[in-house]
Design a protein around this ligand. Structure first.
Ligand code: ZN
Length: 208
């Protein structure tokens, strides 16, 4: 399918739900934090070869910065540019904190939190529905758009109050055809969602 035939996307993802879509090279993906301070756990895959995927390590090394914002080029595990952040009204996005999971809920909060919904489970559910053959071995470190995870001088991670707000967005220009995997985070136990998960919107456009 060439760019002219690619359907454009405009959908709202409810809190706690996963989503998968294809963004073609040259298209721009906008993710909108509709109500503010929502964590959007996201992974990108080469649309035709899922063994090539977003790499936090390659991205951080190439830009020499642990935070993602305008100007960041998201790189793959083959160090190839996948997408470029071309606009960002939030200002900072995390790629160190990882996706919440049953295991991390148990370790960070309480054994009784194990059965709560998590981004890792949402990722796996979406991949199983997608029938592309990608499995849990294909879940590398992800991006948490709109999530504020400052690193302390001692090198620790802090899950801090968000710096996003209603209507803030990030625009990503695809530099190759990419499969986008999103978990709109259901987390209720830390301030990344202001303890209140809310919907987000994903929109694509052709970059004129
Ligand atoms: Zn989560």
């Amino acid at each position: 399918m060439n760019k002219a035939q690619s359907p454009l996307i405009d959908c709202v993802i409810p809190p706690g739900e996963p989503w998968i879509g294809i963004v073609r090279a040259g298209q721009v993906l906008r993710i909108v934090d509709l109500e503010g301070n929502q964590a959007v756990d996201t992974l990108f895959y080469n649309a035709v070869d899922g063994s090539e995927h977003y790499s936090a390590q390659d991205t951080i090394c190439a830009q020499g910065n642990i935070y993602l914002t305008t100007g960041t080029v998201l790189r793959s595990n083959r160090s190839r540019p996948m997408l470029s952040i071309i606009a960002d009204t939030c200002g900072r996005h995390d790629t160190l904190g990882g996706a919440c999971s049953a295991e991390s809920n148990t370790v960070r909060y309480a054994l009784g939190k194990r059965s709560m919904h998590s981004c890792r489970d949402s990722f796996l559910l979406a991949l199983s529905r997608d029938r592309s053959g990608l499995t849990k071995r294909d879940l590398p470190s992800n991006i948490n758009f709109f999530m504020n995870v400052p690193v302390t001088p001692a090198g620790g991670l802090t899950f801090a109050d968000g710096i996003s707000a209603a209507g803030r967005y990030v625009d990503l220009e695809a530099l190759m055809d990419v499969k986008v995997l999103i978990s709109n985070c259901p987390q209720l136990n830390n301030p990344c969602n202001a303890f209140n998960p809310t919907p987000i919107r994903v929109v694509t456009r052709d970059n004129a």
